[in-house]
Design a protein around this ligand. Structure first.
Ligand code: SAH
Length: 244
């Protein structure tokens, strides 16, 4: 599993804002990855990158700076380019979730690169054509370009989700509860008690009950109260009959 996280490389091409390099390092580390390669960054290293990386200074320190796109992906067996918009030459294009599933399926055995482009102009057509696959985050078509770190974050998150799901580590919502749910009998006794109290108070006319009790029953079935909640409600109903 750890190999899968180590086999995914994040490549940033010609990044102009050092803050984005730091932000990307943080996003990468938050999601459990660490391999960051920078292709001719305009300014690096820099205080701004270190500041934005916050606790991910180690990822930034280990980041490899290379001279060319080719160097960054040379040892990779699957190269995925990111794109904020449609390109002229169609290429196999997947959404982030499918992309993540493919990465999760291969990352155990293959070295994979996820490549991100320049803040102002993205990846060139030539660079995109060196990728096996393109991925586009389905943004608003009228405003499709995400900030570089945000794009890194979204894709790193999707890959993490797929990797965790593939090993069964992804927990469904796990809700610990302090009381056991009420049993069918407990709920039924409560409903009877409620109905009785409603009749005694004059709120419910047993001759013309309409759908009142059905609606009450439906509400409590939907809520699935626990045993202590049912006990409180029954205590409350009993207290209404008692005079002080
Ligand atoms: N004007 C550029 C936008 C570059 S945004 C263009 O049109 O290509 C900088 C980088 O962030 C992109 O190269 C890409 O790596 C990533 N990115 C931004 N928005 C994205 C999106 N919707 N889907 C995938 N990657 C995106």
């Amino acid at each position: 599993m750890q190999d899968s996280f180590q086999n995914l490389r994040f490549v940033l091409v010609n990044t102009s804002q050092p803050g984005n390099i730091g932000g990307a390092a943080r996003a990468i580390k938050n999601m459990g990855f660490s391999d960051l390669v920078l292709v001719q960054p305009e300014i690096f290293p820099s205080d701004r990158a270190r500041w934005r990386a916050a606790g991910a200074g180690d990822v930034l320190k280990q980041a490899r700076v290379v001279d060319s796109f080719a160097d960054a992906i040379a040892d990779c067996q699957l190269v995925i380019g990111t794109s904020a918009r449609e390109r002229r030459i169609p290429w196999p294009l997947v959404n982030p979730r499918l992309c993540a599933d493919q990465v999760a399926a291969e990352a155990g055995d293959h070295k994979i690169a996820l490549v991100f482009g320049r803040e102002d102009s993205g990846l060139t057509n030539e660079e995109l054509q060196r990728c096996n696959l393109h991925v586009h985050i389905p943004t608003n078509p009228d405003y499709s370009s995400l900030n570089l770190c945000a794009a890194v974050q979204v894709l790193a998150y999707e890959v993490r989700m797929s990797l965790l799901a593939s090993t069964g580590e992804l927990k469904e919502v796990e809700q610990e509860w302090d009381e056991p749910p009420a049993t069918s009998e407990e709920l039924e006794n409560f409903i009877q008690h409620l109905e009785q109290s409603m009749i005694e108070s004059g709120f419910l006319d047993p001759e013309t009950p309409r759908q009142t009790m059905t609606r009450m029953r439906r509400m409590f079935s939907r809520i699935r109260p626990d045993q202590s909640e049912v006990a409180i409600l029954r205590g409350l109903l009993s207290s209404f009959g008692k005079k002080k």
